[in-house]
Ligand binder design. Structure first.
Ligand SMILES: Cc1cc2nc3c(=O)[nH]c(=O)nc-3n(C[C@H](O)[C@H](O)[C@H](O)COP(=O)(O)OP(=O)(O)OC[C@H]3O[C@@H](n4cnc5c(N)ncnc54)[C@H](O)[C@@H]3O)c2cc1C
Length: 310
């Protein structure tokens, strides 16, 4: 079996818990991985040094990691990552990076892995309607879906080697101007509450945010919501052409349940749907369905949560 290399997933400059799941995936492939932390401040790598089942942690330090750019990141990571099976998360950015690294190394890429059995990897295809089993031999890059593998615990202790990769890249994005968001990203969240066109106006998403704050959830959206309202950014879109999510709880509010939306969230552990139309397709996939307008249902949910959490 080839060596394994985990590219740590970072959120707001910190190693995110998804990285622990990637380490478990590496362990299932038969080896304790080298974890590479792409960072502009090498102290970010200290969090990864506690993860159990890790051979080595490399802080790949460079200013290029301040802003995502597929070419620069792949070039810098490629310069420090040993040969082997490279494992990334299946967030939109990391899937992009996985493909870049695979292209640089002329090796295969397998995206959105949900199970590992020896050297056979399972990935959903046809919008999640079928599962494809792919056998790998030799080096490859694989991206692993979040919330599938049990995270490795943090009882380990591994030294961190800092390697400055700044000189190894030819181009880099210096500044990215983007809308600031303090909110949790849907691809990382364990609980998601998403709104669709049925929310009526983008201002009504504040009702979803209020519940999200109580639950520690992320707020998502359907493509219809994102396309209709400039105020709802594309980063919130769940579905075939948006983000694939796999939370424990997915609450769909004013979302019809089109096949393209289901493609991104149907593997959620529990699905709750709130829709005024009893025939909306989302109810065929929901564990709990509430036939009501959100105007009726959300205040009740909000006040129930307040008394539950008081
Ligand atoms: C190639 C392609 C890719 C696509 N990719 C995606 C994707 O990634 N993600 C995605 O989401 N879609 C995607 N779509 C679009 C998809 O087909 C649907 O058009 C979209 O999901 C519909 O969004 P919606 O459910 O919010 O809107 P609608 O279909 O308009 O449904 C709104 C729902 O809200 C309900 N409602 C209305 N008012 C209220 C109220 N007051 N209270 C409660 N319920 C109410 C209605 O009963 C209805 O069921 C894609 C389409 C194509 C062709």
């Amino acid at each position: 079996m080839s060596d394994t290399i985990v590219i740590a997933e970072l959120s707001k400059g910190k190693v995110s818990p998804t990285t622990n799941e990637l380490v478990t995936a590496a362990n299932e492939l038969g080896s304790n991985p080298t974890v590479i932390v792409p960072c502009s401040d090498s102290s970010a790598a200290n969090d990864a040094s506690n993860i159990s089942g890790v051979t080595k942690v490399i802080a790949a330090k460079s200013d290029v990691f301040a802003n995502y750019d597929a070419a620069a990141w792949a070039e810098a990571i490629d310069s420090v990552a040993p040969a082997g099976i490279v494992i990334t998360s299946a967030s939109a950015q990391s899937k992009d990076l996985a493909a870049r690294i695979a292209a640089r190394r002329s090796i295969s890429v397998v995206q959105d892995v949900i199970a590992i059995n020896g050297t056979t990897l399972s990935t959903p295809i046809y919008s999640g309607k079928a599962i494809q089993n792919v056998a790998i031999s030799g080096d490859a890059v694989i991206s692993v879906r979040a919330n599938v593998f049990t995270p490795s615990d943090n009882s380990g202790s591994t030294d961190v080697q800092v390697i400055d990769t700044t000189g190894n890249v030819s181009t880099a994005v210096k500044e990215l101007v983007q809308r600031a968001s303090q909110r949790l990203d849907v691809s990382e969240a364990n609980i998601i509450i998403s709104g669709g066109r049925g929310m009526g106006t983008p201002a009504n998403f504040s009702h979803l945010e209020e519940i999200a704050d109580k639950l520690g959830a992320a707020v998502g959206a359907s493509r219809a919501a994102v396309d209709t309202w400039d105020e709802i950014p594309h980063s919130m879109q769940v579905g075939q052409t948006g983000k694939t999510v796999n939370p424990n709880l997915y609450i769909a509010v004013g979302i019809s349940g089109a096949i393209q939306h289901l493609a991104g969230m149907r593997s959620s552990k529990y699905i709750v749907a709130i829709n005024k139309d009893a025939d909306a397709p989302i109810f065929q996939h929901a564990d709990y369905g509430i036939v009501a307008t959100w105007e009726e249902a959300l205040p009740v949910l909000s006040s129930s949560l307040s008394s539950l959490l008081a």
